[in-house]
Design a protein around this ligand. Structure first.
Ligand code: SF4
Ligand code: SF4
Ligand code: FES
Length: 254
């Protein structure tokens, strides 16, 4: 942290990209340091005074944010080489200068904004929901005990941030692998008593190419998940369930 005229400043490198097909380039900013400052707050400072460290006026940096409390996942980006949320990354705990980049596994829209639609398409692919709508009243679903709710709750904390996909060596634009988040959604909705009614259908979506067998067990997904979801356990459960499902299907049981 430097000091200019008695006021502490931070040096922040931001990887800029004007549009999806533009060549990225780094810009350096000097940002006034504030108490309890997060990377999101540093970006707000740059937005208020978009001038590089060498005095050139530039376009304000584009990034996304919504909840500001690590719940929506919108502000996910790569900070000092590690994927995380800008709204909870305290600058005082980061090595300086701070380097901020967009996630690399999704197409860049502008600067730090990426298009995560692939992840939302995967949510549809694995049927990450419980079908409760019908043209008539479906009646009460199966009972759901407090113990079951508590067991499944950790799996439901996923905020679709994409950290696990950014860290995964098997996931990327050129590979069909659905990734850890989608496999956890399969486990989470299969574990619900009503969701279990569509378990076989859901398992079918991750049995072919790009499914659970494409996981290389590198375990990096679990290390970066900000919600500490037991992703490796979810992958193992889905792998086991798909095997059982395949055997039952083979013998005509499902
Ligand atoms: S265990 Fe490794 S290969 Fe499998 S989803 Fe996680 S990071 Fe990717
Ligand atoms: S599983 Fe964790 S890292 Fe992956 S999208 Fe969900 S919250 Fe983010
Ligand atoms: S703004 Fe929602 S997680 Fe950061």
């Amino acid at each position: 942290m430097e000091s200019t005229n008695g006021a502490a400043t931070l040096t922040v490198y931001v990887r800029r990209q004007e549009k999806p097909d533009a060549t990225p380039a780094w810009e350096i900013f000097e940002v006034p340091h504030r108490p309890a400052m997060t990377v999101h707050m540093a970006l707000l400072e740059i937005q208020a005074r978009p001038r590089t460290a060498d005095g050139n006026v530039t376009a304000p940096v584009a990034w996304e944010a919504n909840c500001l409390e690590e719940v929506c996942g919108a502000c996910t980006m790569v900070i000092n080489g590690r994927v995380r949320q800008a709204c909870t990354a305290l600058v005082d705990r980061l090595e300086k200068p701070i380097r901020i980049e967009p996630m690399s596994k999704f197409p860049v829209v502008r600067d730090l904004v990426v298009d995560r639609s692939r992840m939302f398409e995967q949510m549809k692919q694995v049927k990450a929901w419980i079908p409760i709508d019908g043209t008539h009243a479906l009646g009460p679903g199966p009972r759901y005990s407090q113990e079951e709710q508590e067991r499944v709750y950790p799996l439901s904390r996923c905020m679709s941030c994409g950290c696990c996909l950014e860290a995964c060596p098997q996931y990327g634009p050129g590979t069909p692998f659905v990734g850890a988040a989608a496999l956890n959604w399969v486990r989470r909705f299969d574990a619900h008593p009503t969701g279990a009614l569509n378990k076989g259908e859901r398992l079918e979506t991750v049995m072919g190419p790009g499914g659970v067998t494409d996981c290389g067990s590198a375990q990096l997904c679990a290390m970066v998940c900000p919600k500490e979801i037991p992703l490796l356990e979810s992958i193992a459960v889905v792998a086991r369930d798909t095997t059982i499902h395949a055997i039952k299907r083979w013998f005509g049981g499902e």
